[in-house]
Design a protein around this ligand. Structure first.
Ligand SMILES: Nc1nc2c(ncn2[C@@H]2O[C@H](COP(=O)(O)OP(=O)(O)O)[C@@H](O)[C@H]2O)c(=O)[nH]1
Ligand SMILES: [Mg+2]
Length: 480
């Protein structure tokens, strides 16, 4: 059978992960195993995969004002000259940056992201269209994808953004910014210490700070005052920082997650030795914190993906299969009830009719008494055939009524389509006995495959622990 496009993509995903994170490549294999089980049960379309429902990479977004040093930070972090930098607004696109096997950085247009479910912008053009009509076609002017073989990019996706200015932003850009904020695991919000008047950018602060501090996922935002080296030339460097802290506090950010850094590469020389040392120490501390957080989301994401594998397998075994078995039992009950009623009615009706027609002579049934044995057999077989056909007819009627009930069953939630599809597949197997409640396609082999996926999930957690747990045993990562 020709492999469908989704399956093709999942294959590519696996190949990609083999280079980047072999543990997760194994997880893709387990997802594909579950896919096969689900397809066998017809719970899943041929062109579908559990693997596409997982976000495989943690997303780290870098947002902030124009020329705050976002691109410089990413270049430094990756050790590559990936993004152009400069004080003029050099790029007005969102750039998704991820690991690629090629030595030379590769740039792909936004439509590549739009079409690829591995990335967080899958079908974004459709969403952009909803926010700003007609703009979806221009997805290439909003987004691009850069891949590059940089160790620092392994296992994560960064998003560099054009400078944010709430007053000048177009609906579509605002929409993408909000979309990015929603899907990111970590958001670095950059401000620029060169502009010591944070009061002048009220709307921007509102969007990037006030609107973010009360979110349920507020802890994923890190607010970074960059280019702190510039303050060295001020008479009172601390005052610049204090002004920012006040502005952020006015926008609701009172505690923590406020960092002060600068880029070694881009910084101006700091003459005052004392000031230099102080700024640098603070910078090193804060940078270590930020990098720690980046590493943490990567680790958490890996655990979460394995957790999703485990949940998917358990859900299949403990919810979907029992629901289908239950549906089969209802089907059997209804079939038996209907058959009992219909056969009894038929029997009684026939008895009444034949009695009144005088077919019974004592204990003999006269209409067949005169037939020869061949004809008797023919009549008997014909009668049995009609009764058997009737049974299958009633069985199908009962099955259809169960199918309709499943289609209306709100308690199935997101599983409804899958369960309906799988049950319809059961209905078609007229030869399978209703005595078994085991869903069609669910044999010992399938059960073993699901158990194997669960066992694998445990092994993956072990492997991740081996990789990420600190050898001293002090910080055993939680199983998420
Ligand atoms: N002095 C100083 N300049 C910086 C720093 N980071 C970036 N720059 C400069 O600021 C300008 C804007 O940087 P860029 O990374 O393009 O900003 P973006 O618009 O936020 O991506 C560039 O000329 C950088 O060289 C820093 O920490 N200190
Ligand atoms: Mg930039």
């Amino acid at each position: 059978m020709a492999r469908t496009t989704t399956q093709e993509r999942v294959k590519r995903l696996e190949a990609h992960l083999k280079q980047e994170n072999p543990v997760l490549a194994g997880v893709v294999q387990s997802f594909r195993q579950l896919d096969r089980v689900a397809r066998k049960l017809h719970l899943m379309d041929e062109d579908d995969s559990y693997a596409t429902q997982v976000s495989w990479w943690p997303v780290i977004a870098v947002l902030g004002t124009f020329s705050a040093g976002k691109s410089t930070f990413l270049n430094q972090y990756t050790g590559q000259d990936l993004q152009r930098t400069g004080n003029q607004a050099v790029d007005d696109k969102f750039t998704v940056i991820c690991y690629g096997a090629d030595d030379a950085p590769t740039v792909l247009p936004g439509s590549a992201l739009d079409a690829d479910p591995r990335f967080p912008f899958y079908r974004i053009s459709h969403d952009i269209d909803q926010a700003a009509e007609g703009e979806g076609r221009r997805v290439d002017s909003y987004l691009q994808l850069k891949t590059c073989r940089a160790e620092a990019l392994r296992g994560k996706i960064f998003i560099d953004s054009p400078g944010f200015d709430a007053d000048q932003q177009r609906t579509s850009t605002l929409f993408i910014t909000d979309h990015i904020i929603d899907l990111s695991d970590l958001v670095l919000v950059f401000f620029d210490a060169r502009h010591p008047e944070p009061g002048a950018m009220g709307d921007t602060l509102k969007h990037l700070v006030a609107d973010t501090v009360d979110r349920a996922d507020a802890s994923k935002f890190l607010y970074i005052l960059n280019q702190i080296d510039n303050t060295a030339r001020e008479d009172n460097p601390e005052e610049v920082v204090a002004a920012w802290q006040r502005a952020l506090a006015q926008n609701g950010l009172t505690a923590g997650r406020f960092y002060r850094i600068y880029s070694d590469r881009a910084a101006l020389p700091i003459d005052n030795e004392q000031v230099r040392e102080r700024l640098q120490r603070k910078r090193d501390e804060d940078l270590a914190d930020i990098e720690g957080r980046i590493h943490q989301v990567e680790v958490e994401r890996a655990y979460r993906v394995v957790g999703t594998l485990e949940k998917t397998a358990q859900h299949l075994r403990d919810e979907l299969i029992p629901r289908l078995a239950e549906a089969r039992r209802t089907w059997r009950r209804r079939t038996l009830t209907v058959a009992a009623v219909v056969y009894t009615a038929l029997g009684l009706g026939w008895l009444a009719w034949s009695t009144s027609a005088g077919h019974w002579d004592g204990v003999r049934y006269t209409p067949i008494a005169d037939l020869d044995s061949v004809s008797r057999t023919v009549v008997g077989v014909a009668a049995a055939a009609v009764l058997i056909w009737l049974y299958f007819y009633l069985r199908r009627l009962a099955g259809r009524s169960v199918l309709r009930a499943l289609g209306r069953d709100q308690s199935l939630g997101d599983d409804r389509d899958a369960v309906v599809r799988a049950f319809r597949f059961n209905l078609r197997a007229w030869w399978r006995s209703l005595a078994t409640s085991s869903p069609r396609g669910w044999s010992r082999r399938q059960r073993r495959q699901v158990e194997a996926a669960l066992a694998e999930a445990d092994r993956f957690v072990q492997k991740l622990n081996d990789r990420h747990a600190s050898p001293s045993g002090s910080a055993e990562p939680k199983k998420l």
